[in-house]
Ligand binder design. Structure first.
Ligand code: NAD
Ligand code: UGA
Length: 454
């Protein structure tokens, strides 16, 4: 069997590497228009940073896992084609700023149709609006096409930083297919592939539209939990409650559960915001104004939380940060990734820079992306070493939950910083009492401040 995957990004690369590892008898070819990416997948410097991924890729590379720019050849030879291209928020025309930009998906569909001479199963791996499969089927079967394409929806639920573990041992795999004989046959074939390493009871099936909508809904629910606890963090700061204690207290209720209740500077990542906006747009399209407004609030609270953090910094530092050196510890949108797409750090840095702060950006994996994201800002310094970055700094703003930040020598940091030395913990991961006792002014999210200044 030959599998082709169009799109060698954060999803296409890892998911196909896992299929190739688990199914040595299946040839998997990942293709992309981005030649650099395709080359990088075949080196020791993969195009994305993901713990454990290099080993998984190298196990199958050249055996039954191939990366190529010859898209047409891979499509032609494939029995199954996964499409895992990007589906960013549209920036133009109808639905700009909210709807998904489906041009990459449609280009793929047209290419598949043009090149194919045998029946194929097309798998939607990208996150797409409900009923996209219907539009794809129309494109694929337009004109007098003798080839039959069976479209399945198989959304991906991996999270960055834990992609390998998520793919190896997922909570579930979801496959949506049509209730027709060819739909059922295609569904069964895909089930057989996943069943090589995933217990059968974790492979869920549904109709195509439910599968497409489940992906958007899962991300909306996850993001909603973060916004919910972040909204409560603001109330904690106003009242003297401690958001970590509140999270723990409510999380022990088995109906609520303890995950995704960590207050923060807000959620980032390429998908939460884009997928919720897409959901909002869909609801509006179907005339469901109240439902659209409900989900829109999840995004609004997230932006409020980021700006609230900046305002807190300014207010704490005597209402002016002009000319003050602020070190940003962590620029990635979460730990264990170099990805900075929609990272809260982007907005916070821009806001601090607008107040004329002197920014030094530090991150173990995301400096290159940070340079790109902040290219329009002048006088920003990038320094991977936190101690170099903190020399003569007035404040540290911790924006990514890298575990290494817990092991920093805060005594040393305190000594090399200007006084009063401020720490703003946007992830609540530090030992606040301990660093306060070293002399720091300590601010965190939803926990009140620890200050030596009356
Ligand atoms: P990405 O931008 O990292 O990768 C997409 C790749 O597709 C790019 O390398 C791009 O060059 C390529 N591409 C675009 N058009 C193409 C074409 N016509 N032919 C060949 N290649 C083309 O995106 P990603 O993060 O992998 O996300 C892909 C999809 O998966 C999105 O819909 C996203 O919402 C979804 N998703 C992402 C994650 C994640 O953690 N990043 C998780 C689950 C689902
Ligand atoms: C998320 C989902 O978890 C995946 O299931 C999904 O496949 C993926 O989006 C996608 O569709 O792209 P990801 O964005 O990689 O994965 O990372 P998450 O672990 O979900 O974190 C998202 C953001 O929320 C991060 O900025 C993280 O720091 C933040 N977060 C998460 C919090 O602020 N608090 C929490 O308690 C949890």
């Amino acid at each position: 069997m030959n599998i082709c995957c169009i799109g060698a990004g954060y999803v296409g690369g890892p998911t196909m590497a896992m299929i190739a590892k688990q199914c040595p008898d299946i040839n998997v070819t990942v293709v992309d228009i981005n030649e650099q990416r395709i080359l990088a997948w075949q080196t020791n410097e993969l195009p994305i940073y993901e713990p454990g991924l290099l080993e998984v890729v190298q196990e199958s590379l050249g055996r039954n896992l191939f990366f190529s720019c010859d898209i047409d050849k891979a499509i032609y030879n494939a029995d199954i084609i996964f499409v895992s291209v990007n589906t960013p928020t549209k920036t133009f025309g109808e639905g700009a700023g909210r709807a998904s930009d489906l041009q990459y998906w449609e280009l793929c569909a047209r290419r598949i149709k043009k090149v194919s001479e045998s029946d194929k199963i097309i798998v939607e791996k990208s996150t797409l609006p409900v009923r996209t499969a219907e539009a794809m089927e129309r494109v694929l079967h337009s004109e007098d096409n003798k080839v039959h394409f069976e479209v399945l929806s198989n959304p991906e639920f991996l999270a960055e930083g834990t992609a390998v573990a998520d793919l190896n041992n997922p909570d579930r795999v979801l496959i949506g297919g049509h209730e027709t004989p060819s739909g059922k046959k295609a569904l069964e074939l895909l089930i057989q592939i996943y069943a090589r390493w995933i217990p059968r009871d974790k492979i869920l099936t549904s109709n195509v539209w439910s599968s497409e909508l489940s992906k958007l809904t899962a991300n909306a629910f996850l993001a909603q939990r973060v916004s919910s606890i972040n909204s409560i963090s603001a109330l904690c700061e106003a009242t003297g409650a401690d958001v970590a204690e509140v999270s723990h207290a409510i999380g022990t209720d088995s109906r609520i559960g303890s995950k995704f209740l960590q207050a923060s500077v807000g959620f980032g990542g390429s998908c939460f915001k884009k997928d919720i906006l897409n959901l909002v747009y869909l609801c509006e399209t179907y005339g469901l104004k109240e439902v659209a407004e409900y989900w829109q609030q999840v995004v609004e609270i997230n932006e409020y939380q980021q700006t609230r953090f900046t305002k807190n910094i300014i207010k704490s530092m005597f209402n002016t940060i002009a000319g003050k050196k602020i070190v940003i510890l962590g620029f990635a949108f979460k730990a264990d990734t170099g990805d900075t797409r929609e990272s809260p750090a982007i907005r916070i840095c821009k806001e601090l820079h607008a107040e004329k702060a002197d920014l030094v950006i530090s991150d173990p994996k995301a400096i290159l992306n940070a340079k790109d994201d902040l290219s329009e800002l002048s006088n920003v310094i990038y320094e991977e070493d936190p101690y170099e970055a903190a020399k003569d700094a007035d404040a540290i703003a911790l924006l990514t939950d890298w575990s290494t930040y817990n092991n920093l020598d805060f005594q040393k940091l305190y000594e090399i910083m200007r006084k009063p030395a401020f720490i703003f913990d946007g992830r609540n991961i530090l030992d606040h009492k301990n660093i306060f006792n070293l002399g720091f002014e300590v601010y965190s999210v939803g926990k009140g401040r620890l200050s030596h200044l009356n």
